[in-house]
Design a protein around this ligand. Structure first.
Ligand SMILES: Cc1cc2nc3c(=O)[nH]c(=O)nc-3n(C[C@H](O)[C@H](O)[C@H](O)COP(=O)(O)OP(=O)(O)OC[C@H]3O[C@@H](n4cnc5c(N)ncnc54)[C@H](O)[C@@H]3O)c2cc1C
Length: 461
């Protein structure tokens, strides 16, 4: 459905002419996300407060057009795409940090704040906001909440939902609600905050967030453990936990990711290694030194070829630069990427690694794995040219197989990227009939006319 001019005029009067567009050259900038799929919206709006968003959603219900919330558009599953047309509602102009409250260790923010900028702001005050998706230089807190983003530090500190105390949100029908608390705890009524976090912009538009903070750890140290066998790296992860240590991060890169990053960045990575682990510890200096030495010994006794401890801040930053470069560097292997975000119980990572090797041998496709090994969260990528139908069919078969095995191991098909459109066809593999119906009923209660972010989670376009 294209948006009638009379409706666009009403939207202009809600947000102001400078805060909306339907020029094609501007629409294309909001037609894609990290899935590389494109759907041209009918208009893009940049509201500045909850009242404007409320008026937009009331109009959407009266006139029957769709509204799709969007932060930075870095989502990996198509959540911010206008798959059925409609208006994209961008939160970029709602980017104020209202207060960082050192006495109560909380912060009040708007959803358009870029995550990395929030990290810097709280760190200046000696505080710490742990959730750190690798996209934190550009993704927004609103998008992080909507996807319940994880990141490397989740292994020790948990994911986004663990830091959200309360919200202001606009319901699809236009009412403005406040959920949760401003206090360290609170249990009055159902937990609507937790329902909205991870709802992928389908139940409401988050307009204000109260976040929990921690004191900033005073020391952080990083190391890279290099392995000749990928299974040894996977087994080392379990061994570290068995020894009673929970590191701040344990990231994993396989040989294909090491090679493509090295080619892209020249960061000095060991291209012959079959795998490497990027491990960090944080806390008080003496404790961190002790743990780093224990982890080093443990890696070597498990069979690591070498362990390199980052001696300077620059060396540590270099390791993270390499880790964060994997996603863009992957495109050296092919023009298209199918990327999955499976999680298995940590102790089953060696089984999953063997499965991935077998899938690679069976299909002959280029497969690249990396991710948050400490959480059992593997980002599994097939790089291919989707125009090659035979390869595409083989890749789809491999994904089915991978998902079935993930669930057999007691895992989940998405650890942090959400369902969006790309995982919607697989939802029923993991979610039972009764549970799925309950979820659909919740969606209908929140959004009786289906105006907010249609075509996501339950059905794919
Ligand atoms: C290189 C790269 C690395 C990444 N690394 C990680 C990682 O380590 N961990 C991880 O979890 N993810 C990662 N991601 C995925 C992505 O960055 C996250 O899902 C992020 O949370 C999306 O934020 P965004 O602002 O870009 O949201 P968008 O992509 O714009 O939107 C994502 C979803 O949130 C909804 N939404 C946005 N704002 C609101 C709002 N205010 N209210 C309600 N709904 C809203 C949208 O409708 C959509 O469904 C990565 C992506 C890239 C490209």
């Amino acid at each position: 459905m294209t948006l009638r001019t009379s409706i666009f005029s009403k939207l202009q009067s809600i947000v102001g002419k400078a805060n909306c567009t339907r020029k094609k050259e501007e629409l294309v900038c909001y037609a894609y996300d990290a899935t590389a799929r494109t759907y041209l919206p009918d208009a893009v709006l940049f509201p500045q407060n909850a009242q404007e968003i409320s008026a937009i959603l009331r109009l959407a219900n009266e006139e029957g057009f769709f509204v799709i919330p969007r932060g930075a558009g870095s989502g990996m599953t198509g959540g911010s795409l206008a798959v059925k047309g409609g208006v994209i509602l961008v939160t970029a102009r709602m980017n104020r940090i209202f207060k960082i409250d050192k006495d109560n260790l909380i912060a009040h923010v708007e959803p358009g704040v870029v995550t990395g900028q929030f990290h810097k702001a709280v760190e200046k005050e000696g505080l710490f906001y742990p959730p750190d998706p690798s996209s934190s230089d550009f993704s927004t807190l609103g998008g992080n909440l909507a996807e319940c983003a994880g990141g490397p530090r989740a292994v020790k500190y948990g994911v986004t939902r663990d830091y959200v105390l309360g919200l202001e949100a606009v319901l699809p029908t236009g009412e403005i609600i406040r959920t949760g608390v401003q206090t360290a705890k609170g249990v009055v009524g159902y937990d609507l905050t937790r329902l909205l976090v991870g709802s992928e912009g389908t139940l409401g538009i988050i307009t204000r967030i109260t976040l929990r903070l921690l004191p900033l750890p005073d020391t952080v140290r990083a190391m890279m453990a290099i392995f000749n066998k990928i299974e040894t790296a996977a087994e080392t992860v379990s061994e570290i936990f068995r020894s009673g240590i929970i590191p701040r991060t344990i990231e994993f890169m396989d040989n294909a990711s090491i090679r493509c990053v090295e080619n892209y960045l020249k960061a000095g990575l060991p291209v012959e290694a079959e795998a490497l682990l990027l491990i960090e510890e944080d806390g008080r200096a003496s404790e961190v030194d002790f743990l780093i030495q224990r982890i080093e010994k443990l890696c070597l006794s498990q069979g690591a070829k070498q362990v390199a401890i980052a001696k300077t801040k620059a060396a540590r930053e270099n390791l993270w630069k390499a880790r964060k470069a994997i996603s863009p560097a992957l495109f050296q292997y092919g023009p298209d990427k199918i990327n999955e975000d499976i999680v298995v119980p940590r102790s089953r990572i060696p089984d999953m690694v063997r499965k991935i090797n077998a899938l690679r041998d069976e299909t002959g496709l280029t497969m690249v794995s990396f991710g948050h090994a400490g959480d059992g969260n593997i980002h599994f990528n097939i790089m291919l040219d989707k125009k090659n139908e035979a390869d595409l069919k083989k890749a789809q078969g491999a994904i089915e197989d991978l998902f079935n095995y993930t669930l057999e191991l007691g895992g989940t098909i998405s650890g942090e990227h959400g369902v969006g459109i790309t995982k919607a066809p697989y939802m029923a593999k993991e979610i039972g009939y009764v549970e799925m119906n309950l979820m659909k009923k919740i969606k209908t209660i929140f959004d009786p006319n289906g105006v907010l972010n249609p075509g996501k989670i339950f059905t794919s376009p």
